[in-house]
Design a protein around this ligand. Structure first.
Ligand code: GLN
Length: 500
């Protein structure tokens, strides 16, 4: 298996490898892993037609090499023959989709999500679906009906969530890049825990058509990869307006994503570090140290860093959970035992069918959230909670947008801690929710942010990866990816400085 997309493409073009070989290597690692004592459990399933699809790609590649049109082929379809990891909440026609929930047992997606269509048009091959927290609710991929996904760096630790399966698959070299989804950090958080790059794009840049909704005003597909360029290429083929999603939007400057260059103009770069995050109580000392290293790197490149005071950020977790859970309660009402997946019919009429299906189909965390969401939306309380949550969100959006009039980047850790041990926070929802302390403001403000693998915790804490976020203003994906590329060129390999 090759490490990056560009290396793999070169190997495919020259015949050094084939798409079948790539797929076989993923299948082998998947099968071997299942037998291991502590299986990763990243993929839930490798799709049954991957080898067939890879074979067809190989035939076209061989023909193009023979008639001299290989460069043209890759210009038109930059991901030709490359398998990628999918998340279990993104539809692939004819394939199972369960959101790692019992309630969707047996459900088969009738159509492709737009992001899948666009990747397939670019030549990529959906390799399989990956584990996640049930309905993307969680921060550790422990809330899955299929059991947790372990962290490939140390299998006693969580992979992060909710896109822990895709993230672990990429980190363990079972896939070159992966799709995840974000509502409040579900791509950046596992990226940070597993030591890979993870991008949450601007709201709307990737279509949500065919992606199972959690909190629709926050949801966004995200990308996991080994390098910023490995994120930029899939982003460039997937982004842009979609007839089926009215909230979708074009990404200006998407052409600069194709051959991603490292950012150079550091002298004019102004970076904001929110005081609220630096002073937050739960910030782990090892994470703080890595964060200081990243700040020092930016300063050494000539950038200017200033601490900014944004008191509203202290309310971001509260606002996020009010809004996300309200939208979740509403979105998940469609799982009624009639329309999708599993049905529990004890012959006592529709009302009981609905109650039985949902009682047996949803896991405890999803139930907790549906109950809180409905409580928040009830007539009696919506004024004091839901509306307040919404006004806090409006302020976050306004104040973050205003900040970007003076600054190019918000810099902060991705999570207050590195990956924790399996089971450590499983029964403590508040502790789990606080993992999202630094990520949710990004979704509330609808801006893009990338988690960059920036270093490790100390030996005493298991030497686990630590991610730092580069967040930019809306539609500044190209810029934050170029900045991440500059970081990558100086630090390839999880924040380990490159010897020059
Ligand atoms: N951990 C957050 C939650 O549980 C975010 C999840 C997500 O981004 N899908 O809501």
């Amino acid at each position: 298996m090759f490490y990056t997309i560009s290396e793999t493409v070169e190997a495919l073009k020259s015949g050094k490898t084939t798409s079948v070989e790539l797929v076989k290597s993923s299948i082998d690692t998947f099968e071997n892993d299942k037998k291991s004592e502590k299986p990763l459990n990243a993929f839930l399933e490798i799709y049954d037609d991957v080898l067939e699809l890879a074979k067809t790609c190989d035939e076209k590649i061989a023909a193009a090499r023979a008639d001299g049109s290989i460069e043209k082929l890759y210009e038109a379809q930059p991901l030709f023959g490359l398998p990628f990891a999918n998340k279990d909440n993104i539809s692939v026609r004819g394939k199972k989709l369960t959101c790692s929930s019992k309630i969707l047992e047996g459900y088969v997606a009738p159509y492709n999500a737009t992001v899948i269509n666009r990747l397939v048009e670019a030549g990529a091959i959906p390799l399989g679906r990956c584990n996640q927290d049930e309905f993307a609710m969680g921060s550790s991929t422990e809330y899955s009906v299929y059991g947790p996904t372990r962290n490939p760096i140390n299998r006693d630790y969580v992979s992060g969530g909710s896109s822990g399966g895709s993230s672990a698959a990429v980190a363990a070299n079972q896939a070159l890049f992966g799709l995840g989804t974000e509502t409040g950090g579900s791509v950046r958080l596992p990226a940070s825990y597993c030591g890979v790059y993870g991008l949450k794009p601007t709201y709307g840049v990737l279509s949500r058509w065919g992606v199972v909704a959690y909190g629709s005003s926050l949801d966004q597909v995200g990308i996991l990869g080994h390098t910023p360029a490995d994120i930029a290429t899939p982003l460039s083929v997937m982004c842009g307006t979609d007839f089926y999603d009215d909230t979708s939007a074009d990404l200006p400057e998407s052409s600069s994503l194709k051959n991603l260059e490292a950012y150079k103009d550091f002298a004019s770069l102004k970076i904001a570090v929110p005081k609220q995050f630096e002073e937050a109580k739960g910030l782990d000392e090892d994470v703080r140290k890595v964060f200081e290293d990243v700040k020092a790197w930016f300063t050494s490149k000539g950038a200017k860093i200033e601490s900014v005071d944004l008191p509203i950020l202290d309310a971001s977790i509260a606002s996020y959970y009010v809004i996300a859970l309200s939208e979740a309660a509403s979105n998940l009402s469609r799982f009624d035992g009639i329309r999708y997946g599993a049905r529990e019919d004890n012959g006592k009429g529709y009302d009981q069918l609905y109650v039985d299906t949902r009682s047996n189909g949803f896991g405890p965390e999803v139930k907790r959230r549906i109950i809180i969401g409905n409580y928040v939306l009830s007539e009696q309380f919506s004024g004091t909670t839901y509306k307040k949550g919404m006004s806090v969100r409006a302020r976050i959006q306004r104040e973050v947008a205003a900040l970007f009039e003076n600054y190019d980047l918000i810099l902060c850790p991705t999570c207050p801690t590195a990956a924790f041990k399996l089971g450590e926070k499983y029964d403590d929802p508040m502790a789990m929710y606080l993992s999202d302390l630094y990520t949710v403001f990004v979704n509330l403000a609808r801006i893009p942010s990338i988690s960059v693998p920036a270093g490790f915790t100390s030996d005493a804490n298991g030497k686990m990866p630590v991610g730092i976020q580069f967040a930019g203003k809306m539609f500044s994906e190209a810029k934050i990816l170029q900045l991440a590329q500059a970081w990558e060129e100086d630090h390839a390999g999880c924040g380990v400085p490159v010897k020059k």
